[in-house]
Design a protein around this ligand. Sequence first.
Ligand code: ADP
Ligand code: GN1
Ligand code: MG
Length: 364
Amino acid sequence: MNYDLKEIFGLFTPEGTFLTGEPYGSGHIHDTFLVKTSEGDKDDYILQRLNNKIFKNIPELQQNIERVTVHLNHKLSNIPGSDTKRECLTLISAKDGKSWIVDKDGNYWRMYIFISNHRSYNIVDSTDKAFEGGKAIGRFQAMLADMPGGPLHETIPMFHNIENRLAILNQKITENPAGRVADLTHEIKEYLGRGEEMKTILKLGRAGKIPSRITHNDTKFNNILLDENDKALCVIDLDTVMPGYVHYDFGDAIRTVTNTAAEDEKDLSKVEMNIDLFESYARGYLSEAGKTLNETEIEYLAFAPKLITYTIGVRFLTDFIDGDNYFKIHHPMHNLQRTRAQLKLVMSMEMQYENMKKIIKKLV
Ligand code: ADP
Ligand code: GN1
Ligand code: MG
């Protein structure tokens, strides 16, 4: 799809002049473009066509992001030497004062300042980077803990609720809309067989043993930007910031930080959880957020990566069975490849689970 990015850019109130607009990044949800401006001393911008099939209420989504970015900006402004334009996202208002626009074809768009000189990684190759990622998420949760104004909107209801995700998977298996179920006996058996254990965090929540907090809910490593020295810079992709359990953020970060291969690696022998990267991320995370967590939250941190890797795997499998309607795919088998790679990663975590528990105990 070709969009007139210059015209859309013109509906916002940026400082610079449109020079070029190109597709940017490797997100699975929105269409993201980098807009460069012609003045050397003005910011560049990220322009996003929002996926309103997935986020059904854009005004509520944007209201959440406005609240979160204003709060983070305020917190950072009080820290001497902080660079708010790079350490948190900054929304650019549209000419009508809103933080999004609807174009003439009914597409929703928003614009952020482009975070300059950042580094973004899909695969983590050093314990230092893992540690920095942990610090970034720990600090993010800590800074949002006292955000005023009541609960955020649930932008995608029951997002990480595994009972809900399994119910949808079972429904799609029954409906078999794309005729793919017959070839998936192994994957379906492996995923459904682990279902009961995965309800642990929901049960702890219902029993009042772990509190609902403000969490990010999409902490894969390419949503954590590092600076030019590979130090924690900014947590981006705030669409799913809403009430959740800390395990969701810890788990999703470990899913991506510790994987020795890509999320969609075809050669499953390459997919393993690296325990040194686990330890470094956990160390960074606990150094920022450790004091705020209760005993049960800490006890179940080691379980969280299994849960979230499994949950994302269930979602890839569901989307494959459904005929690929949710995640962006780059080839017909993409969601199946992702499903298999996540399962392999869960298995690697299962084998190292005792060790993961020991490491968390040692760190607190
Ligand atoms: P998606 O939900 O599709 O993943 P994101 O909001 O994560 O969308 O954006 C996609 C990618 O664009 C990110 O992974 C990152 O590389 C880049 N990106 C997004 N916002 C910014 C920003 N403000 N500055 C620099 N890069 C950004
Ligand atoms: C999506 O938006 P992005 O690409 O960072 C998805 C996450 C999945 C992830 C898997 C809103 O993340 O939940 O974990 O893909 N985001 C949404 O890579 O569904
Ligand atoms: Mg993203």
